[in-house]
Ligand binder design. Structure first.
Ligand SMILES: Nc1ncnc2c1ncn2[C@@H]1O[C@H](COP(=O)(O)OS(=O)(=O)O)[C@@H](OP(=O)(O)O)[C@H]1O
Ligand SMILES: Nc1ncnc2c1ncn2[C@@H]1O[C@H](COP(=O)(O)OP(=O)(O)O)[C@@H](O)[C@H]1O
Length: 200
């Protein structure tokens, strides 16, 4: 090492940040079809945590695909790059001491495995919002399925592009059988012990 490169002795570490926040930081990842309920459930989980004083931040299509990833389409390659960049951004936020909630279709298993590698297994909670394509199409929250059926949208997940369901998610929510409130409670109950700092 050159004598001109002085090590940073006063670096603020992740350990310092989580100690200051008084809770652990990690990434809660919601995957599922468009209209499955990812954003609805993630937003309510975030509100619940935020009201308890947890430092949180949500990443979703609105703040990512309109910003840092506005150069990406819905081709398989671009979805892979979309998820990789989101995982890298989330990793920085976890390092900054935040509980990050990310809601993305993320249809490919290999891309979700890559998130696990980027943020490290212990920092990753995978939640599968399992709603059938028939129900998502019935809800058609944004009118996208109608457009996909009319051939106006190509590569629509569940219609003309695949969705690879997780084999072993930390939590699976079947929204056709479970209310929004019950799903939020189940997720918050799962997360709460993970927030606790050990060796205090
Ligand atoms: N072709 C196609 N397939 C799936 N979804 C589409 C498509 N085109 C646009 N949209 C809208 O974009 C949102 C999905 O973006 P994501 O970044 O989550 O997708 S991915 O993870 O890269 O697959 C998704 O948002 P959500 O409905 O919130 O899931 C859709 O509203
Ligand atoms: N049990 C449930 N869990 C989540 N959403 C539900 C449920 N039942 C009905 N919905 C409705 O389904 C829609 C899901 O939309 P949204 O959360 O935007 O999905 P996504 O973010 O996956 O595209 C919302 O209108 C929501 O009110």
């Amino acid at each position: 090492m050159s004598k001109h490169i002085i090590p940073h002795n006063y670096h603020v570490s992740k350990t310092d940040r989580v100690a200051s926040n008084k809770h652990n930081s990690f990434l809660i990842w919601f995957t599922g079809l468009s209209g499955s309920g990812k954003s609805t459930i993630a937003n309510l989980v975030e509100r619940n945590l935020f009201q308890k004083g947890i430092k949180t931040y949500s990443l979703d299509g609105d703040n990512i695909r309109k910003g840092i990833n506005n150069d990406l389409s819905f081709s398989p390659e671009d979805r892979t790059e979309n998820i990789r960049r989101i995982a890298e951004v989330a990793n920085l936020m976890v390092d900054a001491g935040l509980v990050v909630l990310a809601a993305f279709v993320s249809p490919y298993k290999k891309d979700r495995e890559n998130i696990r590698t980027i943020v490290k297994d212990v920092n990753f909670v995978e939640i599968y919002i399992n709603t059938s394509i028939e129900e998502c199409e019935r809800r058609d929250v944004k009118g996208l399925y109608k457009k996909a059926r009319a051939g106006e949208i190509k590569n629509m997940t569940g219609i003309s592009a695949p969705y690879e369901a997780p084999d072993n998610p930390n939590i699976e929510i079947k929204t056709e059988n479970e209310s929004i409130e019950d799903a939020v409670k189940r997720i918050v109950d799962y997360i709460t012990p993970k927030l606790e700092l050990k060796n205090e």
